[in-house]
Design a binder for this molecule. Structure first.
Ligand code: UD1
Length: 362
């Protein structure tokens, strides 16, 4: 069996790590294609190095652009790559423009597609991620769902026969990194923080950053939290804040560059809270039992909210953000809605079964 993985953005490298390791352990041929959507070393190279991912076999070097330009450039480049490698599966991850480009190229070349992290829905059709995940799910032959809620969404859209519940590969990585010896003391002293006294914040989504009034309310809320907030600033956030003439640092808020993954895990597990608009960080906070405040009106990871460890706040409401981020920790829980840290093995099992059967479902 030959699998061709298409990745391009930071969270996809995290998801790729356990898949690459499982392929290596099973002797499965694995071709890694990096679209180049993320190109800053701190958003790309450090993940390959820290998580032990082999260097990409192909790098498309596409870079930034409007959605159409970026997705179109990747799509054009992918045709040649898929034709040259003739994989049994094209494996796409999550919900970025790289995901959609990989899926579109494969479906038109009649190469089976597996979508990792299938079935997530925000039901917010203004999010580029929502377009990407809905279109990718409907193009794919095998839908690798992280949660039962995701399977239910796929079933409701008539895609249930192609769906397999595999758990969440981000928990695989998190367990591995948590169990390795990360020097948390060094990370905290680098941040200038003591354990359980600060919150870690990340804000990067277009819905949070592109409207000056919304970004200004988020920054105001973060600056007014009743304890120190360390904002790990994505380049998009810095660029938009500069365009809007907004100072990020002030009050409780200080900014830093994004952290490598092991340092992020150390920072979150020692924090008293997380404040974010990221999907992955909501789950990571839950898995590390750090209370999360999500600066969005909806989430794909509803389990974190239902279990009391995540609270949604309207991005335009600075007072709600400040209050939610200052709340005490909830009741402990031992629920594990994202699996037991062996999702990559379930993914490879599903791909092997599908490859043996020729084509899955539908
Ligand atoms: C993308 C994904 C988003 C994911 C996020 C993870 C889409 C539609 N969005 O958002 O789902 O959660 O990645 O981080 O695919 N930039 C740099 N250096 C880089 C990459 C980007 O400076 O290496 C800046 C550029 O100004 C660029 C902007 O960030 O225009 C946005 O980058 P882009 O890849 O379009 O989307 P993200 O916001 O990173």
């Amino acid at each position: 069996m030959k699998i061709l993985s298409v990745v391009g953005a930071r969270p996809q490298f995290v998801k790729l790590a356990p898949i690459a390791a499982e392929c290596a352990a099973r002797g499965v041929e694995h071709v890694i294609v990096h679209t180049g959507q993320h190109y800053d070393p701190m958003l790309s190279d450090v993940f390959f190095t820290d998580l032990g991912i082999p260097d990409p076999d192909v790098h498309l070097g596409v870079g930034s652009g409007s959605h159409g330009q970026q997705t179109g450039a990747m799509l054009a480049a992918m045709d040649e790559v898929i034709t040259a490698h003739r994989p049994d599966w094209v494996l796409v991850y999550g919900d970025t423009n790289s995901t959609l480009a990989g899926a579109l190229s494969a479906v038109k070349l009649h190469v089976p597609i597996a979508h990792l992290e299938a079935g997530l829905r925000s039901f917010n059709r203004r999010m580029p991620e929502e377009h990407n995940r809905v279109l990718t799910d409907h193009a794919a032959d095998l839908l690798l769902a992280p949660t039962q809620v995701a399977v239910d969404h796929l079933t409701a859209e008539g895609l249930g026969e192609r769906a397999v519940l595999v758990g969440d590969v981000m928990i695989d990585v998190l367990h591995r990194v948590r169990d390795e010896l990360v020097d948390a003391g060094a990370v905290l002293s680098e941040l200038g923080m003591r354990p359980r006294t600060y919150s870690v914040a990340t804000i990067h989504r277009a819905e949070s950053t592109d409207d000056p009034a919304v970004l200004s309310a988020i920054v105001k809320g973060l600056q007014q939290v009743d304890h120190p907030v360390v904002l790990l600033a994505h380049p998009r956030l810095r660029a938009r804040a500069a365009e809007h003439g907004l100072d990020l640092d002030g009050g409780s808020l200080t900014t830093r560059d994004p952290l490598p993954y092991p340092a992020l895990v150390a920072a979150v597990s020692n924090a008293r809270g997380v404040i974010t608009d990221s999907g992955g960080l909501q789950k990571e906070a839950f898995a590390l039992r750090t209370p999360c405040t999500t600066v969005r009106t909806e989430t794909e990871w509803v389990e974190t909210v239902e279990l009391g460890w995540n609270m949604l706040v309207d991005p335009g409401d600075a007072a709600a953000l400040r209050e939610a981020a200052s709340r005490p920790a909830p009741e402990p829980t031992d629920a594990a809605p994202y699996g037991d840290g062996h999702a990559a093995s379930a993914v490879l099992d599903a791909l092997s079964g599908g490859a043996a059967a020729g084509r899955v479902g539908g």
